[in-house]
Design a protein around this ligand. Structure first.
Ligand code: SF4
Length: 625
């Protein structure tokens, strides 16, 4: 039950609620605390505010699966407002997959529900003695027994909590069997199919014996200047309607619109990055998905883009009763795949069977695990199998590139750590090292690459190598200028200008991630269109300069945290395959990533030392501790 109720709202005029929930599972205590307003102004919210609290409270050298690691669920000041895409929350912790600071972002309705219940953030500490879930209904907050939910999938868990609570609009964030079994790439799921997906945040939640956080909030989000906010909000929505990507491409085809685009540029990693053109791309493309499997598109809270895909599998009952949130549809309808998932489980494993990708995507969502790392880890295992480093006696079944049977079967084995699935559950860095072939791990800081080959898109290589959470497309998406020409076109094959654009994208992305808005907005609008909503919501006079500097502050703080965790010097690199093995065919034939041409310039632009350390002068400039 709640103790230590503190007065919280003095000095806050809107955006933030001013209240943090601190939950200690070891001691079974729950406290309300005032939000540190100075940190909120400097780090805004979401990713930034979470990193600031983690910096203050958690030793970067703790075992991520120990009770000493903290798990933070953090909204932004625009989460739960009607700013388009004000749907996001961040899970901030030390990643079970990477050992680095991680900030995993999810949409749907959970973040807005938490804000409407009256909280900016939940800090989870310790470990419960038995399976537990956290129940939040406005001021009513308590820990409840989850023994009967342990072992259940995400979809059953959501349904059972809603049913037993008697509060039908409850929104649940939970883990599935993968999180319980400490699969190192387990995710935290909400709204059945929305994921804080990467770096193993679900394993951290599982290590705390915390099955779920169920929230019902019936308040709203206060705005400092409601009239100004509405005007700014409508102005941004109008801009989104003018963009070909946010008004047409994403709503019509979802993120899967990228399959053919990236493949045509010869940048689609295929068969564990041994090639970069997938011959079956058309079969798994957004166009094919839309024509043959799409039921409807779907939006997160307040979103006017609606990139989500509600899909069906073919069969007699597939078009009947198509309300995908109802359990009766769970075998034939669900959501996804997104582009990254379709790539990892498709091209990277050489699999062109769209139904297998859809089915396995749903399994990953129900088991609560990241389909990107799952697909990429299976791809690394498939390469080892093809090269006869591992055989049937180890894997239990043939793991040939292209095997849809293996893709579906292994998903279950991973979630329950059954047989060879127990080794896959450790992720591809640990898997390949175990068999003496670390060269088949395709990633950075223990996290597998997403769906863009950095030999064909040079800037993405620099972004991956310097990404604080390990290889990630969502921290510096230079695919926008290098491939899509947004905001202006850059040649993906050259290194000139990539250090500068990478730094700019990293800082701006950090700022967007702090607001509570969805990064996909940046396909249609810039930070300057988001800014007036932030100012009107919070009453804080942020400017483009101060908001961009907040992004830079967040990036540097994450970097410092990783330095403390021993992940500084020397970890900004790419696998040898990216640096030394030329692309065999296609538009980028003969290319390797020329990281060495970009990294020194990047360090210089960041104001760091020549070997990438954050300097005392930079810390002072950004007001960092
Ligand atoms: S653009 Fe897509 S992911 Fe972003 S808030 Fe909208 S529906 Fe959710």
């Amino acid at each position: 039950m709640i103790g230590d109720q503190a007065g919280t709202s003095g000095g806050i005029h809107g955006g933030w609620t001013g209240t943090v929930l601190r939950v200690n599972l070891s001691r079974a205590t729950i406290k309300k605390e005032s939000l540190r307003q100075d940190w909120a102004r400097e780090y805004v919210g979401g990713r930034g505010l979470g990193a600031r609290y983690l910096w203050e409270e958690s030793d970067p050298n703790v075992d991520p699966l120990s009770p000493k690691n903290k798990l933070l669920f953090v909204t932004g000041p625009l989460t739960g407002t009607n700013a388009s895409c004000g749907a996001r929350y961040m899970v901030v912790t030390k990643g079970a997959l990477t050992g680095a600071i991680t900030t995993s972002n999810s949409g749907g309705h959970w973040g807005p529900e938490l804000k409407c219940a009256g909280y900016d953030m939940i800090i989870v500490e310790g470990r419960a003695p038995r399976p537990t879930y956290l129940w939040i209904h406005n001021d009513e907050v308590e820990l409840r027994d989850a023994t009967h939910l342990w072992g259940k999938g995400v979809w059953d868990t959501e349904e059972m909590i809603r049913s037993e609570s008697g509060v039908p609009d409850t929104i649940v964030a939970s883990i599935g069997p993968a999180g319980e079994n400490l699969v190192r790439f387990a995710s935290i799921m909400n709204d059945l199919h929305r994921a804080a997906g990467r770096s193993g945040v679900g394993a951290v939640m599982g290590s705390k014996m915390l099955k779920a956080i169920a929230v019902r909030g019936t308040g709203g989000v206060k705005l400092a200047d409601a009239r100004g906010f509405m005007a700014a909000s409508w102005a941004m929505k109008a801009k989104l309607k003018e963009s070909a990507v946010t008004a047409e491409g994403l709503p019509t085809y979802g993120t899967e619109v990228l399959v053919n685009v990236i493949n045509e540029h010869g940048a689609m990693p295929t068969r564990n990055h041994t090639e970069t053109i997938f011959e079956k791309a058309e079969d798994i493309s957004g166009e094919t998905l839309t024509e043959t499997r799409l039921v409807a598109n779907k939006a997160c809270f307040a979103c006017t883009i609606a990139c989500g895909r509600v899909t069906k599998l073919p069969g007699e009952a597939s078009s009947k009763f198509m309300v995908n949130t109802n359990p009766r549809n769970w075998k034939i309808a669900g959501e996804g795949p997104e582009y990254e998932n379709a790539w990892a489980m498709g091209a990277d494993c050489g699999i062109g069977d769209l139904d297998a990708l859809i089915k396995t995507g749903w399994l990953c969502n129900d088991y609560g695990m990241d389909p990107i790392t799952y697909g990429a880890t299976l791809a690394a295992a498939m390469e080892m199998y093809e090269k006869e480093i591992i055989t049937n006696s180890i894997t239990g079944m043939p793991l040939r590139f292209g095997s849809a049977d293996a893709l579906v079967a292994m998903a279950e084995k991973v979630a329950f750590r059954d047989g060879f699935g127990d080794l896959l559950a450790e992720g591809s860095k640990r898997l390949t090292a175990r068999f003496g072939h670390p060269e088949f791990f395709m990633g950075v800081r223990g996290q597998e690459f997403p769906a863009y080959d950095s030999r064909a898109i040079q800037g993405m290589g620099l972004g991956y190598a310097t990404s604080n959470r390990g290889a990630c497309h969502l921290k510096s998406y230079t695919v926008s200028p290098e491939i899509l020409g947004i905001p202006t076109k850059m040649d993906p094959h050259v290194t000139e200008g990539k250090a500068e654009i990478t730094k700019i994208f990293q800082d701006i992305t950090s700022a967007v991630d702090a607001t509570g808005l969805c990064l996909f907005l940046t396909f249609g609008v810039g930070l300057e269109e988001m800014l007036p909503q932030l100012v009107a919501a919070t009453g804080v006079s942020y400017t483009m300069d101060s908001l961009t500097q907040a992004g830079e502050r967040i990036w540097n703080l994450e970097r410092l945290w990783n330095e403390r965790a021993g992940l500084g010097k020397g970890s900004d690199t790419l696998p040898k395959r990216m640096l030394e093995q030329p692309i065999p065919s296609g538009p980028a034939k003969g290319m390797v990533n020329r990281l060495g041409e970009m990294l020194p310039e990047y360090y210089r632009l960041r104001g760091w030392t020549a070997d990438g350390k954050v300097t005392a002068a930079k810390r002072k400039e950004l007001g960092l501790v």
